[in-house]
Design a protein around this ligand. Structure first.
Ligand code: NDP
Length: 434
């Protein structure tokens, strides 16, 4: 039974990482001498604050806001903001902890952080979302800045929310700087940032398939969960790479389309009018809607790309995937697989691409957005996309090198944890105890 304040998601994330770091720590006694692991799990700072705003009926609403500034050893804190009723300190800490290693893996100078609120934007008007964002930023602005902490989007925080947040920061601080990423193209955003996480996931998967199996997306059947920012652009890139994507979902249910998902319809529903995925089956003949999102994993596939939320694949779903012939799971969402699910992947020798490596494309392009803001120029879509692809291929290579170095050849999970950790740990040792 869960008690209020239990940090179950955070402990789950730490356990997974620390178990795979055992061979790394054994090889580096200086980490133990410098208390690196003990310091690594303790956020440098956790900010928790009241967010009060008025709804369209004039009633006062109160939410809770968070920013976890986890680790700044290799750069300013960097990580998204999530607005969802399930947000609590445990969720933000697990996301911030994962973010440290993910940002390190991109090769760019970014520390780890994460934030958000238990605010639920579903059913709220634009005006309500704006007033909430303004109230949230009125407090957050005192803790962030282009050289200290640069937030971005995450679940339910997209272009609209980033626009309102940026506007409020600028209004209060009287400063035009790259303090947020994922901005609109008119005010400092980067081309290809919207597509980056989904495209990056597919570049990563394609490269891992090539190196480990001499294979590709071509002709594969793919199951995707979610229908938000990550899912939509993962579907788009997987289709362009020759795969047939047969599902997508939202928190109410999933659609199965045996002919392959018609992405224009999904975009029209989700990006056009913030509708429910159920509408897809009403519009596309031959497709089916199923109530409940969990059963999406019962659809047979070669490759599964979870792109919705944490712990969406449990041990049972993982076994069903394997029994139905799935041999690849690469994670677009953060921590979508429970520890039991990961054990199933390992037992069945799946090609398993963990979130912190496979979905690092979003923050990588956020890092490129920061560079463009500092230069005061913008690169073309193709330039950014080419850099993204290179970064994802480098992550596969660096993960495999690290896995080999620590005696677990081909293990992309251990490799990602080790490669991400060593750089941060070395920086922490070099900078002294604090
Ligand atoms: P969006 O808000 O755009 O989309 C989220 C999708 O997941 C929606 O389809 C949503 O359905 C579904 N979903 C959310 N919560 C739940 C839940 N509790 N149960 C079932 N379905 C749920 O978010 P993103 O696409 O940006 O994020 C998806 C995942 O990817 C998250 O884990 C996020 O942390 C991760 N990620 C995002 C990055 C980015 O650049 N955006 C970068 C790296 C990782 P509904 O509309 O019904 O809520």
């Amino acid at each position: 039974e869960r008690r209020d304040g239990d940090q179950l998601e955070f402990l789950q994330a730490v356990r997974e990482v620390f178990e795979s770091l055992e061979p790394v720590v054994a090889k580096h006694p200086e980490y133990e001498r410098n208390g690196v692991l003990e310091r690594f799990v303790e956020p440098e700072r956790v900010v928790k604050f009241r967010v009060a705003w008025t709804d369209d009926e004039g009633r006062v609403q109160v939410n809770r806001g968070y920013r976890v500034q986890f680790n700044s050893a290799i750069g300013p804190y960097k990580g998204g903001l999530r607005f969802h009723p399930t947000v609590n300190e445990s969720v933000i800490k697990f996301l911030g902890f994962e973010q440290i290693l993910k940002n390190s893996l991109t090769g760019l100078p970014m520390g780890g952080g994460k934030g958000g609120s238990d605010f639920d934007p579903k059913g709220r008007s634009d005006g309500e979302v704006m007033r909430f964002c303004q109230a949230f930023m009125t407090e957050l602005q005192r803790h962030i800045g282009q050289f200290t902490d640069v937030p971005a989007g995450d679940i339910n925080v997209g272009a609209r929310e980033i626009g309102y947040l940026f506007g409020q920061y600028k209004r209060i601080r009287d400063e035009y700087s790259g303090v947020l990423t994922g901005k609109g193209l008119e005010f400092g955003g980067s081309l290809a940032r919207t597509e980056a996480t989904g495209y990056g996931l597919c570049y990563y998967t394609q490269e891992a398939l090539r190196v480990l199996r001499n294979d590709s997306f071509q002709g594969k059947t793919v199951v995707v969960s979610g229908s938000g920012n990550v899912a939509i652009f993962a579907i788009e890139k997987a289709q362009r790479l020759g795969a047939k994507v047969v599902t997508c979902s939202d928190s109410n249910g999933y659609v199965y389309d045996p002919k392959g998902i018609d992405l224009d319809v999904v975009k029209d529903i989700k990006l056009g009018h913030r509708g429910r995925i159920k509408e897809y089956a009403e519009r596309v003949p031959g497709s089916e809607y199923h109530e409940g999102c969990r059963d999406v994993w019962t659809v047979p596939c070669d490759i599964a790309l979870p792109c919705a939320t944490q712990n969406e694949i449990d041990g049972e779903s993982a076994r069903t995937l394997v029994d139905n012939g799935c041999t690849v799971v690469c994670e677009g969402a953060n921590m979508p697989s429970t520890p039991e699910a990961i054990a199933v992947y390992q037992g069945a020798k799946l090609l398993y691409g963990p979130a912190k490596a496979a979905n690092a494309g979003g923050v990588a392009v956020s890092g490129l957005e920061m560079s463009q803001n500092s230069y005061r120029l913008s690169w073309t879509f193709d330039e950014v996309d080419a850099k993204l692809k290179q970064i994802m291929e480098d992550i596969v290579a660096n993960s495999l090198d690290a896995a080999k170095e620590y005696g677990r050849e081909g293990d992309l999970m251990l490799g990602a944890n080790a490669a991400g950790f060593v750089k941060v740990a070395n920086a922490m040792v070099a900078q002294g105890i604090f």
